[in-house]
Design a protein around this ligand. Structure first.
Ligand SMILES: Cc1cc2nc3c(=O)[nH]c(=O)nc-3n(C[C@H](O)[C@H](O)[C@H](O)COP(=O)(O)OP(=O)(O)OC[C@H]3O[C@@H](n4cnc5c(N)ncnc54)[C@H](O)[C@@H]3O)c2cc1C
Length: 412
């Protein structure tokens, strides 16, 4: 068998999603020798979340990439609505919030390409596409000393002073490290699909709750990105039925002519997101740190996964960047825990809110016999009259808790 090729870097990041690409860019910009491994050939994946919240826009502004981001075709949502039997109600409202009074919807691959292009400007940055981290390397003391990877040329051993796992909710390195995971369960999975958008359609992203069903429609200018919520694990049984049965569930919820659901021609047009909420009980072991979905898989409620991943990346660069950029040959592993100490609280709070919404609203909704749109709850009808109330979800999900500010690599 051929000997694996070998590479030595200061920091190896496994996974080029939002967490990995942002962290790679921030470390490179601060002078750290960093390699990012991404197992796919490009970032062009099917829909995996396109929400870029104000907290992320603010990070882009801080690192001088906001203008470039705003040149990507995107949509700005200032309000998020709920559609009930009596009509539509604004439930979340960004208007009046500073510094950004909107949520941006942009293809995630364009966003990741932007980060990759910016990072490539630094000679100390390297992005290796089609390179999959498959195992951890350890030194004689059991400390993680790098990763084993596979790329089109074969096996590769990358030794690194620090490995940062950003390989998402199905993290290979999580399994390799054998870390304990706290799993919170979820009553739902989500079916994602697109429907055509036509002039005269409502001009707003909205949630449409009905008895036994819930549809969320993200306005993407050219099309509607739809999320249909189903009971946990019911996807396989649903897919054995004719597609028409699914169309019949969706059609009555649409805020335009039901026949448009005929755009769905095949079950392959519909992708399943298996919803999970979990969290590592400990985010680091000597030589290895987990952030983003690899440390904490989020429910799609609030569309916060990308933004939490970005905030984790900023905190990691702030807390560990100077050490990594420094000349000390060894890494102080005791510092790794600081990332978890900083990011655990916001993660916990958002996951708690997601679990409450899942239990008190979504599970109750899905348990009901399928029927028409829900009547507007009186409390919502009253509260939504007040901008301060509509600001609550916009602030919680859009700006998040404990917002990070880029410090490492910034001159100001
Ligand atoms: C269908 C769907 C819809 C979603 N909708 C939203 C939304 O609207 N808003 C929102 O904020 N969040 C949404 N999310 C969640 C969001 O995508 C994640 O929370 C976020 O992307 C997490 O970022 P990350 O960088 O931690 O992980 P990921 O985005 O999962 O990135 C991990 C990266 O690592 C790569 N990788 C995996 N294993 C390896 C390996 N062994 N070696 C090398 N590379 C590897 C993967 O290819 C991937 O590029 C959605 C997720 C899905 C699946």
């Amino acid at each position: 068998m051929e000997a694996p090729r070998r590479l030595k870097v200061r920091c190896c990041i496994a996974g080029g999603g939002p967490a990995g690409m942002m962290l790679g860019l921030l470390l490179a910009r601060g002078g750290v020798d960093v390699v990012v491994l991404e197992k796919h050939a490009d970032f062009l994946r099917d829909f995996r979340g396109d929400t870029v919240h104000p907290s992320t826009l603010d990070i882009l502004r801080q690192i001088g990439l906001l203008d470039a981001f705003l040149r990507i075709p995107h949509r700005r949502e200032q309000t998020i609505a709920g559609r009930f039997a009596e009509g539509t109600l604004d439930l979340g409202d960004f208007r009046g919030l500073q510094p950004f009074d909107y949520l941006a919807l942009a293809p995630q691959w364009d966003f990741l390409d932007l980060l990759a292009d910016a990072a490539r400007a630094y000679p100390n940055f390297s992005l290796r596409m089609r390179s999959e981290a498959t195992a951890l390397l350890r030194d004689g003391n059991g400390r993680v000393s790098g990763v084993q990877a596979h790329d089109p040329d074969g096996e590769l051993e990358i030794s690194a002073d620090l490995v940062i796992a950003c390989d998402g909710r199905g993290s290979t390195l999580r399994d390799a490290a054998g870390l304990a995971v706290e799993t919170f369960g979820s009553p739902m999975d989500v079916l994602w699909f697109r429907l055509p958008r036509e002039s005269g359609d409502p001009d707003q992203t909205q949630g449409i709750p009905a008895r036994g069903r819930l549809l969320v429609m993200l306005d993407r200018n050219d099309y509607w990105q739809c999320a249909y919520v189903i009971g946990k694990g019911s996807d396989a049984a649903m897919r054995t039925r004719p597609l028409q049965a699914f169309r019949d569930l969706v059609a009555p919820l649409l805020p335009f002519e039901p026949a448009r659901v005929d755009a769905l021609q095949d079950w392959n047009d519909i992708k399943t997101l298996e919803v999970r909420i979990d969290r590592l009980q400990r985010w680091d072991v000597p030589g290895l740190l987990f952030i983003g979905d690899a440390a904490h898989a989020m429910s799609p409620i609030g569309g916060v996964g990308i933004n939490l991943a970005i905030q984790d990346a900023v905190a990691t660069a702030n807390l560990l960047g100077s050490m990594l950029a420094g000349s000390a040959a060894t890494i102080d592993d005791t510092l790794l825990a600081r990332v978890e100490q900083r990011r655990l609280w916001p993660t916990r709070v958002i996951q708690l809110v997601q679990r409450i919404v899942q239990k008190r609203l979504i599970a109750v909704l899905l348990d009901a016999t399928p029927g028409g749109l829900l009547p507007t709850p009186a409390v919502l009808r009253f509260a939504s009259r007040f901008l301060a109330f509509r600001h609550i979800p916009a602030r919680l999900f859009g700006y998040g808790i404990r917002r990070e500010r880029v410090q490492f690599g910034s001159s100001d």
